[in-house]
Design a protein around this ligand. Structure first.
Ligand code: GRF
Length: 222
């Protein structure tokens, strides 16, 4: 993916919950810190709090409900087909997963090569999957954090782009640790999008490139 020179990036943000990352990105765009516009917010959860919050900022926000069926594969195909139709209609430059809790199929991911970003609440490749804060505390880790990466068909995989580290403090609960991580998420996700908007960061043949050089490991937030 390369930045379309001279125009702002069009972002489609996918959420499932409260959407605090989506709001941080939208505010960074509105305040001129990121040269992009959130052209649509989509959620697989019809009553996701983030949809209302997005509308409160004047953003277009729509539900694309996931409808369970006995045949789970058919349910996923129907959902992804509806999602792809909405995305095709708005032609985003980037699809930004921000607390979007569905695993996308490889067919779907391959429709948007190098154009899907995700944020995960751990220092990937450690702690893929759910309940990262609880697992980090149970393991007695002294450090935790968040990672932004390009999405591939494998869960919480794909080229790592930027990580932020936070200490695990005595007395931390999953909630206190999550809040510390989220404050960093709200900084690093807009930063990655701005790098893409500036044309500094892209993805070619499954390899992240930063300033034209292969990015072999995640950059670290200062
Ligand atoms: C974030 O912690 C993100 O890392 C994870 O889901 C959470 C979403 O939070 N993928 P929010 O909906 O953006 O507040």
């Amino acid at each position: 993916m390369s930045s379309p020179a001279g125009r702002r990036l069009r972002l489609a943000v996918l959420i499932s919950g409260r959407g605090s990352n989506m709001l941080a990105i939208a505010r960074a765009c509105a305040e001129g810190r990121v040269a992009a516009d959130v052209v649509i917010v989509l959620s697989d959860v019809a009553d996701a709090a983030g949809l209302e919050a997005a509308r409160g900022l004047g953003l277009r926000a729509e539900a694309v409900p996931y409808v369970p069926q006995t045949d789970r594969r058919a349910a996923r195909e129907a959902f992804e087909s509806a999602l792809a139709s909405r995305l095709d209609a708005v032609k985003p430059d980037l699809v930004v997963l921000a607390g979007f809790m569905r695993v996308l199929s490889s067919d779907f991911v391959e429709r948007f090569p190098g154009c899907i970003l995700n944020i995960h609440p751990s220092l990937l490749p450690a702690y893929k999957g759910l309940h990262t804060h609880e697992r980090v505390l149970a393991a007695g880790e002294r450090e935790h954090g968040a990672s932004v990466h390009f999405v591939t068909a494998a869960l919480d995989d794909g080229p790592l782009l930027l990580q932020a580290r936070v200490p695990v403090l005595p007395g931390d609960t999953p909630e206190s640790l999550s809040a510390r991580v989220q404050r960093q998420e709200h900084i690093i996700y807009p930063q990655v999008i701005q790098w893409i908007a500036e044309g500094r960061l892209g993805c070619k043949d499954g390899q992240a490139l930063f300033d034209g050089q292969p990015l072999r490991e995640a950059r670290q937030a200062s």
